[in-house]
Design a protein around this ligand. Structure first.
Ligand code: GDP
Ligand code: IMO
Ligand code: MG
Length: 427
């Protein structure tokens, strides 16, 4: 039995796509289980770059089954375009299966996401405006449309009539704007349903059968721990559960089936969107890391906020995810720096603390306490074994693992599949 969950430990964009693609060489199945096309996962293989938003990052291997499970919210237009994008580049999606229970992002979700952000003004969350929050709201309110509904004309009609009436009232009364016309939405989404139908399956059955059949199954987290709706910097979070437990719910797999949980750690920190970020460097140091690391959003193109590594965040991630290993990425982005800082504690209300404050709403009151490590000032992209890394690089990695109390499992030193160092069995 081998079921490995890969989660982001920070605020997303840690390099999960790259790590999943690397691990997927050995996997039989890769499963997306939460989030939607707010995610942007980049894979670079043999010089070709792929940006994936919904389809699992295992799709480049023709024999790997790819699953979009029940916990994902799916924009059918984005899904179909992504299938086409891959097909045009010679990548088959015949191994893709989609849960009939996954909720559908409807046009009113996208509109409401943008309207709500605009109304919040300077208080906005900085969402990706892809309709993610409103789609999960409807799921919880039990008025959502699911993929299976698109395949049943009568049931879909009944549900859409009810929900559209309410959304149109809301658009008119709360936002003083036009609503959506039933026939247009109904027709368009029925057509999407027909195109998606060949992929639809009971994915919990498929995933459990694979695990029980001694196959290697990978769970690909989207976003990151600090964006989790319970364990992140609420309200500046996404509306799903990027933490490891979310994989069980979002895929229909029991926790007793999980064998490893790897946390992807960017060698520094980035955040796109608003909200607290204690180690942010909104100065020349930050600019240098942003340029060196090309830190611009995969989904929205927004410049990412950047700063030093924060081990309070990593220890929090280790605890709430039960991490068994760390995959440290983008280490090469720090190649030119003469000194690198790591936040080892916070000063908070006159005391030094090593955990996040009791309420994450107080995170903007903390002041990081740094320790400074020497940089390596040499390119490391060609290193393929831990022994090849310069001594200061290994010292940095050891310190990250020591402060986090989680062993190191994998190191990424570049964007390519081959720019990866691994030394032990990963499944
Ligand atoms: P994800 O959302 O966690 O999958 O991460 P993104 O794909 O949004 O952003 C990570 C970016 O870093 C992508 O452009 C990757 O190609 C790139 N990347 C991943 N690992 C490394 C690495 O070790 N070094 C460098 N330089 N880039 C990396
Ligand atoms: P990947 O999987 C980074 C952020 C948004 C915003 C907040 C809420 O590529 O790591 P949402 O649209 O989800 O309601 O926005 O969450 N966010 C991400 N930030 N990487 C992501 O995904 C993100 N998905 C959402 O910027 O702050
Ligand atoms: Mg991303």
């Amino acid at each position: 039995m081998s079921a490995v969950i890969v989660v982001g430990t920070q605020w997303g964009d840690e390099g999960k796509g790259k790590v999943i693609d690397f691990l997927a060489q050995q996997a039989d199945m890769v499963v997306r289980h939460q989030g939607g096309n707010n995610a942007g996962h980049t894979v670079v293989a043999n010089g070709n770059e792929f940006k994936l938003h919904l389809i699992p990052s295992g799709v480049l291997y023709p024999d790997t089954e790819c699953i979009i499970a029940n916990g994902v919210v799916i924009d059918p237009d984005v899904l179909l375009k992504e299938i086409e994008y891959l097909r045009a580049r010679g990548v088959s999606t015949s191994q893709l299966r989609i849960s009939s229970q996954a909720h559908v992002i409807m046009p009113y979700h996208i509109r409401l996401d943008a309207l709500s952000e605009d109304r919040l003004g300077s208080q906005k969350l900085g969402t990706t405006r892809r309709g993610i929050g409103p789609a999960y709201m409807d799921k919880a309110a039990r008025v959502g449309i699911r993929i299976g509904d698109l395949l049943d004309r009568e049931r879909f009609k009944e549900r859409l009539v009810r929900v559209l009436d309410e959304k149109n009232r809301m658009l008119a009364r709360a936002y003083d704007t036009d609503g959506f016309e039933f026939d247009a939405v109904y027709g368009q989404y029925l057509a999407y349903g027909e195109l998606i139908a060949p992929y639809v399956a009971n994915t919990s059955v498929l995933i459990n059968r694979a695990i029980d059949g001694a196959k290697k199954v990978l769970f690909e987290g989207a976003q990151g721990t600090m964006l989790d709706i319970d364990h992140g910097t609420y309200p500046f979070v996404t509306s799903s559960h990027p933490v490891a437990g979310g994989a069980c719910i979002g895929a229909g797999v029991g926790p007793t089936k999980i064998t490893q949980v790897y946390g992807v750690v960017k060698a520094y920190t980035s955040r796109v969107g608003d909200g607290p970020f204690p180690t942010e460097r909104a100065d020349a140091v930050g600019d240098r890391i942003r340029e060196q690391g090309h830190e611009y959003g995969t989904t929205t193109g927004r410049p990412r906020r950047v700063g030093w590594l924060d081990t309070m965040v990593l220890r929090h991630a280790a605890r709430v995810n039960g991490l068994t290993g760390l995959a440290v990425t983008r280490l090469d982005v720090l190649d030119t720096l003469s000194e690198i800082q790591i936040a080892r504690a916070y000063r908070y209300r006159g005391q030094e603390i090593r955990e996040l404050p009791d309420s994450l709403e107080h995170l903007d009151e903390v002041e990081p306490v740094y320790e400074t490590l020497p940089g390596w000032q040499t390119p490391i992209g060609q290193c393929r074994r831990l022994e090849d890394l310069p001594a200061p690089t290994r010292r940095y990695l050891d310190r990250v693992s020591e402060l986090t109390q989680v062993p190191l499992t994998l190191v990424s030193v570049g964007r390519e599949r081959t720019n990866t160092i691994s030394w032990s069995p990963l499944f």
